[in-house]
Design a binder for this molecule. Structure first.
Ligand code: CP
Ligand code: NVA
Length: 306
């Protein structure tokens, strides 16, 4: 893992397939307690959007490593008053060892990374959510003997989750089918990137047909229909996305041993029904727990502790 020391994780595609495999292996070892790395480093969290899981799992992981965490809420720092990003980045670089940023525009994250020498982690942007997919793949690995050859069906908005899942699945040898309403497809650039990574070895398919996508899938994934920043569109989207709701009826088309994942927070009765969310196929709580293990693996790799 030494090759990851000092690097950024702005997109899942920043990792090689081998590095992704090693990170998942490390995450499993950390979860099992087979490895107890220690550090005295400082992690900064600069979040321009709300967060429960990402904020707390990063913090818990860092405290378990023996490090410290600084929550750099924009409301109480000068970034909220318009201090240029380039200045903030160069200053935080002098105090912190590693920084996770949650923001809107991927270009702001990239700009930050250009000005800072410490590792910068994408803790969610409108384009991607790579840390979530590390935990998702870990959860899939726990449920099935191997990732290779599985099929994941993603139902709903072609958003940051759809993007990182397409990239992560393509890298991990998992077939990925995204079913979205016509005007809510994932970015064509990301689809092409995922297809280039898959290189014809696995499927990367985008369709408007939820049943075609879910047919025989071993992993069914969904996310909110209106992401953070899109709240004003939430009501209008409900009827458009209804055919993509992960319900018991839709689940009857998936593999009978399929698991259900959701990055959370969930809107029961919209993208997922209460019965599926709380049903025997749901792995959402393990998935949420794995955020902590997967991100601990990421922290120690980028900090060069293992
Ligand atoms: N899944 C996820 O990133 O959750 P939070 O928004 O609570 O961090
Ligand atoms: N797509 C959602 C994910 C939340 C973890 C959002 O960006 O709000």
């Amino acid at each position: 893992m030494g090759a990851m020391k000092g690097r950024d994780l702005l997109s899942l595609a920043d990792l090689t397939t081998e590095e992704l495999r090693e990170l998942l292996h490390l995450a499993a070892a950390l979860k099992a307690g087979a490895l107890k790395p220690k550090c005295e480093k400082i992690l900064g969290l600069l979040f321009y959007k709300a967060s429960t899981r990402t904020r707390v799992s990063f913090s818990a992981a860092m405290y378990q490593l023996g490090g410290q965490v600084l929550d750099l809420n924009p409301n109480v720092t000068q970034v909220g008053r318009g201090e240029p990003l380039s200045d903030t980045a160069r200053v935080l670089d002098r105090y912190l060892d590693i920084l996770a940023i949650r923001t809107f525009d991927q270009r702001d994250l990239e700009a930050f990374a250009n000005y800072a020498t410490i590792p910068i982690i994408n803790a969610l942007t409108d384009l991607e959510h790579p840390c979530q997919v590390l935990a998702d793949l870990q959860t899939m690995q726990e449920s099935f003997s191997a990732l290779d050859g599985l099929t994941l069906a993603y139902m709903g908005d072609g958003n940051n989750m759809a993007h990182s899942l397409m990239l992560g699945c393509a890298m991990a040898g998992v077939n990925v089918r995204v079913a979205s309403p016509p005007d809510y497809r994932p970015s064509e650039a990301v689809v092409q990137k995922a297809q280039a990574i898959a290189n014809g070895k696995t499927e990367v398919i985008v369709t408007t047909d939820p049943i075609a996508a879910i047919k025989g899938a071993q992993v069914v994934y969904t996310d909110v229909w209106a992401s953070m920043g899109q709240e004003a569109m939430a009501e209008t989207r409900i009827p458009i996305f209804q055919p993509y709701q992960v319900s018991e009826v839709l689940m009857s088309h998936a593999d009978q041993d399929a698991i259900v994942l959701h990055c959370l927070p969930a809107h029961r009765g919209e993208e997922i029904t209460e019965a599926v969310m709380e049903g025997s196929q749901s792995r959402v709580w393990d998935q949420a727990e794995n955020r902590m293990h997967a991100q601990k693996a990421l922290l120690v790799s980028l900090l060069g502790i293992v």
